[in-house]
Ligand binder design. Structure first.
Ligand SMILES: [Zn+2]
Length: 121
């Protein structure tokens, strides 16, 4: 279970969409989540961050597969076998965060802009 799931408030015992009695996290009749959507904005923000940056074993597994068998992760995703890999958006955000942190720490600049004032202004 992810942190986002554990942070979700649980709504009533019947589905708000179809009225079916709920026994799990999702309605067995229509598939709607039973998570309550009315919650504080800060809760939504932290939940989104938690969903993106939650560390789990899938991240290492995904990286291992990406470097050892390029293309396999994409093929598995297309074929629907996604559960054992980190979702692409999360992977992209994590890689971007690490990249920009490494750039900031190392002082390397990819783009350098020099602005000089001439006599005209
Ligand atoms: Zn339902």
């Amino acid at each position: 279970m992810t942190g986002a799931d554990s942070n979700s408030r649980i709504a009533a015992e019947t589905c708000a969409n179809c009225g079916t009695s709920l026994t799990g996290e999702y309605c067995p009749q229509c598939g709607q989540s039973r998570a309550e959507l009315k919650r504080p904005v800060i809760g939504l923000f932290t939940e989104a961050l938690d969903g993106v940056f939650t560390w789990d074993g899938r991240l290492l597994s995904t990286f291992r597969q990406l470097f050892s068998r390029p293309g396999r992760v994409a093929r598995e995703f297309v074929d629907g076998r996604r559960r054992s890999y980190t979702p692409p958006i999360r992977l992209y955000l994590i890689v971007s965060l690490v990249f920009f942190a490494a750039m900031a720490i190392s002082g390397i600049r990819i783009v350098a802009v020099n602005i000089t004032a001439d006599d005209a202004g």
